[in-house]
Design a protein around this ligand. Structure first.
Ligand code: VAH
Length: 319
């Protein structure tokens, strides 16, 4: 029985649907700071939850008789950089509350890290699983701190904590909120809506990306993995591709030939992206729990555009 925090966010809104398919609707309690009309909020148990309230987190897990906590509630990189103190309080306060609830109730535990957990001085290509982690964004500080805290709860209390350093995630269900890699999602949406997009991330900025179906499958695969095979826990490098805005635009033009891309770089989000690796190494995840991405850029683009076109004109398919 699973408690998901941040269940209506970009990852949560798809992960909750998949978890309910796998384990049953009643098994998954979706929680978030506010509700909405999404399938994740409407297709099974839902409860309002502010993760900065320790007792509320514990009560939600206890009432649900949770044996697993998937903690997704957090502010992403751009929002965190704009409001660093709030980000520390929510991202770290929420995490420690969720870890304490998991410890009290003996739950297995998952929370995402990010490629944002790497900063200057870290190899940008083939970024190792174990390497220097000195990020200078508040979100990156939160992610490294979170990795250390989750490893601490494993080492000190034997809590079964597991994590994944997600790359930029592309999805068509819930819009991402306040991230830096959101430009890639926005590009697909604008390509379908108006055939053009102005990117706030500069040409030639390579970042690791992954299609949401691969991310959802990775969470389930890691949580079901044989613990004795795990040499690492918090958190595994995963990726599906290393792309810049031009590469995504070229793949879009295979479906929408007249698509136009231009740039109006946002220095704040560009400086965040410049800290991050270009292409990380995901060997450990492949070796320790069999991770393998199934969507490359071309397959992701074809699916994203088809799904977005369906949303725009439910009766017609992409030309
Ligand atoms: C962000 N989408 O942009 C998140 C993620 C690697 C990027 O952490 O903040």
């Amino acid at each position: 029985r699973i408690l998901v925090t941040g269940a209506l966010g970009q990852i949560g809104s798809e992960l909750v649907v998949k978890l309910r398919e796998l384990y049953g609707e009643e098994a998954v309690l979706a929680t978030d700071i506010r509700s909405n009309s999404s399938e994740a909020a409407q297709s099974g148990p839902f409860r309002l939850l502010d993760v900065t309230a320790a007792d509320a987190v514990f009560e939600a897990a206890k009432d649900h008789r949770a044996d697993t906590i998937i903690h997704l509630a957090a502010l992403l990189s751009a929002t965190a950089e704009a409001r660093p103190l709030l980000a520390w309080q929510l991202n770290m306060g929420g995490l420690v509350n969720a870890l304490e609830a998991a410890r009290a109730l003996g739950c297995q535990f998952f929370t995402p890290s990010s490629i944002a957990a790497f900063g200057a001085g870290t190899p940008k290509v083939g970024t190792p699983q174990d390497t220097l982690q000195r990020p200078l964004t508040m979100y990156g500080v939160n992610k490294v701190s979170g990795e250390l805290l989750c490893d601490y709860y494993f080492a000190k209390y034997g809590l079964d904590t597991r994590g994944i350093r997600f790359p930029g995630l592309i999805s068509h269900s819930a819009p991402p909120g306040g991230g830096t890699t959101d430009y890639a999602v926005d590009m697909y949406v604008e390509a379908v809506r108006q055939g053009a997009y102005t990117s706030y991330i500069a040409k030639g900025t390579f970042l690791d990306m992954m299609y949401m179906p691969d991310a959802i499958r990775a969470v389930v695969q890691l949580m079901e993995a044989d613990a004795s095979r795990l040499k690492h826990r918090n958190a595994f490098n995963v990726t599906a591709m290393s792309v810049d805005p031009e590469a995504i635009a070229a793949s879009i033009r295979r479906h929408i030939p007249h698509f136009e891309l231009d740039y109006d770089v946002d220095p704040v989000r560009q400086s965040i992206a410049d800290e991050w690796p270009d292409a990380i190494d995901a060997t450990a995840a492949a070796e320790e729990w069999g991770f393998r991405a199934e969507y490359d850029l071309e397959r992701m683009t074809a699916d994203m555009l088809a799904k977005l076109e369906e949303k725009r004109r439910p009766d017609q398919k992409i030309s």
